[in-house]
Design a protein. Structure first.
Lengths: 156, 319
């Protein structure tokens, strides 16, 4: 009896982790491909995380910049409010430059090019695709606004 | 094969620990996420050192405590790399735990535990894969495979050769997907041919069928199914791993399968196949590059012959 019980431990762990992953998919919009639920190739990568940075240059001129998070990054795979907020905080504490409307990390530290972030709006959108019409769709499910001066921010 | 045959002639509990350590060292699963200076990198380094020690001291590799440490470190890394760890990393962890428990029992009971877990873990892995697929609307209606065929470079060879997709189709879908991803519009459409949809539906139901077959055979509590199980697994593995370069998943499944079969020759061929999977990895990658080159050539030809051709996608602007 003891050896049978021991034999079932890895299988029971597999089932428990897979159930937990399925639950997180519904409660946290977690990506089906990760998390131990064996959902690879079961769905498209359903989430996209982007940010809109309200910035100002050294002369105080305002500029809105766009930033897209890589598909494999933590907030893209597990888009909990905590992960999205943590990315927003990371954006605020980093230095950026304008590259044709896109935010690029300022690695050179050039004060003339460097922009100050005043507010970040992080957005998580669910993606969809219909094979019959070839239509790609996105609908915003989470949106967090974090002002630079007050990291508490607001969430809608 | 004969050298492998001599190594794995005994009971699974005798050879699996060392074989698994060799594979762990070649995979280094923890290398998938190890940012410099992070806890995940430290845990990964600890695992590498432990695996090397186990290979240098075979008595250590056959102790349950050693495998308990490997299992704990592996799952600690999985937790730290939760967003990056693939499903096979979990499977590797369950298999390390099974080896630990088998060594704890020892003898025939230990080998029985390892064999039973080989079957159960493969069967459950495929069962969950099927359930996850059937639960997803986009999988059931074929949209998932059409999407992959038109946006994932790994499927480019199949979509070009079997589905007749052109470089322009790829470009139109990449453009449409990017527009909706970045929030520029709510929806964007690009053409999908009927032929490509048929290929996608074929892939959808072939994958479901073969995975149901594998799950049923491995979970069925009947003896003497070794041959059928190996055939069903090969029917899944050959097309899958020739198309998609994820050798570690194929290798851990093949090793687990090898632990379940009683025929030593079949076992030796399976372990050899696991080694061969590493060498075969280059094939899907190079085929993908070949088709990418073909598509680039197509785009250049088209740009020369029709320089003013409009893009073939329509957009619904954000209101």
């Amino acid at each position: 009896v003891a050896s049978t019980a021991l034999a079932l431990v890895p299988a029971a762990l597999l089932v428990a982790v897979a159930l937990h992953q399925r639950r997180r998919m519904h409660t946290h919009d977690q990506n089906a491909w990760k998390g131990g639920g064996f959902g690879m190739f079961s769905d498209i990568h359903t989430g996209s995380v982007t940010a809109l940075l309200s910035t100002a240059d050294a002369a105080g001129v305002a500029r809105d910049l766009f930033l897209e998070l890589p598909a494999g990054a933590r907030p893209s795979i597990v888009p909990t409010e905590r992960n999205l907020r943590s990315w927003a905080d990371e954006i605020i504490t980093s230095r950026w430059t304008d590259h044709g409307g896109r935010a690029v990390l300022d690695r050179e530290g050039d004060a003339n090019k460097s922009l100050t972030v005043r507010r970040v709006i992080v957005r998580f959108a669910r993606l969809d695709f219909d094979r019959r019409t070839g239509t790609h769709r996105a609908s915003v499910h989470k949106k967090i606004s974090v002002p630079a001066s007050d990291k508490e921010g607001e969430a809608w | 094969v004969s050298a492998i045959r001599a190594t794995i002639a005994g009971a699974p509990i005798e050879w699996m620990p060392v074989v698994m350590l060799v594979f762990l060292l070649s995979w280094r699963p923890w290398a998938a996420y190890a940012p410099r200076g992070s806890t995940a990198a430290v845990v990964g380094m600890g695992q590498t050192v432990l695996v090397m020690l186990g290979l240098l001291a075979p008595s250590m590799a056959h102790s349950a405590g050693f495998w308990a440490a490997i299992t704990v470190l592996h799952f600690a890394w999985v937790l730290l790399a939760y967003h990056a760890a693939d499903n096979h990393q979990y499977l590797i962890g369950y298999w390390c735990l099974a080896i630990c428990l088998a060594l704890l029992l020892g003898g025939d009971a230990g080998s029985w535990l390892l064999t039973t877990n080989g079957r159960l873990l493969i069967g459950l892995c495929f069962l969950w894969a099927v359930l996850a697929k059937l639960a997803a609307r986009r999988y059931r209606d074929g949209s998932m495979f059409v999407y992959l065929l038109l946006t994932d470079p790994r499927f480019m060879m199949l979509s070009t050769m079997a589905g007749g997709a052109s470089a322009a189709d790829y470009r139109a879908h990449a453009w449409a997907a990017r527009r909706v991803r970045t929030g520029e519009c709510h929806e964007a459409a690009a053409p999908v041919t009927t032929r490509l949809q048929r290929v996608a539906l074929g892939l959808t139901w072939w994958t479901t069928g073969v995975e149901v077959f594998v799950a049923a055979l491995f979970l069925a509590p009947f003896p003497n199914l070794d041959g059928l199980r190996a055939i069903s697994f090969l029917a899944f593995a050959l097309p899958t791993y020739l198309l998609v370069a994820v050798p570690a998943f194929g290798q851990v499944l093949t090793l687990m399968l090898a632990a379940t079969v009683s025929d030593i020759s079949m076992r030796a061929y399976l372990v050899s196949a696991a080694v061969a999977l590493t060498l075969l990895t280059f094939l899907p990658t190079h085929l993908m590059r070949l088709v990418e080159g073909y598509h680039r050539l197509q785009m250049r030809r088209r740009a020369v012959s029709c320089p003013d051709e409009p893009r073939s996608a329509t957009l619904t602007r954000v209101s």
